[in-house]
Design a protein around this ligand. Structure first.
Ligand SMILES: O=P(O)(O)OC[C@H]1O[C@@H](O)[C@H](O)[C@@H](O)[C@@H]1O
Length: 281
């Protein structure tokens, strides 16, 4: 079991966590606290675009971007700023499951666009067949602030056209590709036939676990009970410089978050949200 530092493309500092048997590893950049890969028995569970751009100030396409303090468009840049800031390495642990902590605090630039003092910690933990991330938000300001948060996970799939997502039956969702209409999921299994961009409200509180192709289980904490399901499909993928039409069949985003309304966090208070992803085979 180990944590090693290495230099990724364009000189970005990275860490590799390896479990005790050496069967699983995770690579994470300090830039964005961005998980790039999770490999189990040589199989890559996460999707990272071959057209991803590794430039400071730009979001990385694939892996697990951290969306904070704003989901989607709004007064801040799309999906907030945590994914384009450089985090600091905190504690590492190689005793039980291998884990690391990464930290991000307000600075001159964040205060200009979001005038609140904060400290974020992400704990990344790896075991044989599962991987988790926990985000802790500490309000260090002298007043309450509000945020939304999400783990924007890109999963590798054999082909989006045969990918099946279960566990969201009967859950209400907002359909972002149909004028934001509110709908109820009538299918036991979700399949993909076109651009899909949905926010399932309290999807994570459904009694069934969320499964991708019956073997990847995604569980969010009770504080992160929304599930976003996204695939841009052919045209939008073609139009995105960092995706490309050859890539849209290769991934699905299943994103655990608190995005339907904002978390209101009082001064000096802590908020925690997490996801755990487990391989069932
Ligand atoms: O291109 P970005 O900023 O990483 O966002 C990708 C997608 O992220 C999803 O979470 C959103 O629901 C989509 O609307 C969005 O297009």
């Amino acid at each position: 079991m180990s944590v090693t530092e290495f230099e990724y493309k364009t000189g970005l500092s990275a860490l590799r966590l390896t479990n005790s048997s050496g069967s699983a590893s995770v690579e994470v950049l300090l830039y964005g606290a961005h998980v790039l890969s999770w490999t189990v028995h040589n199989k890559q569970i996460l999707f990272l675009s071959d057209k991803a751009i590794f430039e400071r100030g730009k979001a990385i396409r694939g892996g697990i971007p951290i969306v904070w303090p704003q989901f989607g468009p709004g007064p801040l840049p799309q999906h907030g700023f945590a994914r384009v800031k450089t985090w600091q390495l905190g504690k590492t642990n190689t005793n039980d499951d291998v884990s690391i902590e990464l930290h991000l605090s307000h600075d001159e630039d964040t205060l200009k666009i979001w005038p609140h003092k904060f400290n974020l910690t992400i704990t990344i933990r790896l075991s044989e067949k599962s991987f988790s991330q926990e985000l802790t938000v500490h309000n260090q300001d002298d007043q309450t602030f509000e945020f939304t948060a999400l783990f924007h996970t890109y999963f590798t799939v054999d082909n989006i056209k045969t990918t099946k997502i279960s566990g969201l039956n009967n859950v209400t969702y907002m359909d972002k590709v149909d004028e934001g209409k509110t709908k109820t999921e009538t299918n036991k299994v979700i399949e993909f036939t076109g651009e899909t961009d949905r926010v399932y409200k309290d999807g994570g509180k459904n009694s069934n676990p969320i499964l991708i192709d019956d073997y990847i289980q995604v569980i969010g904490s009770s504080t992160m009970s929304e599930i976003v399901v996204w695939n841009p499909w052919e045209e939008k993928a073609k139009g995105a410089v960092d995706i490309g039409e050859h890539n849209f069949p290769k991934f699905v985003c299943i994103e655990v978050g608190h995005v339907n309304d904002a978390v209101k966090l009082d001064k000096d208070q802590l908020w925690k949200g997490s996801q755990e992803i487990t391989l069932l085979k």
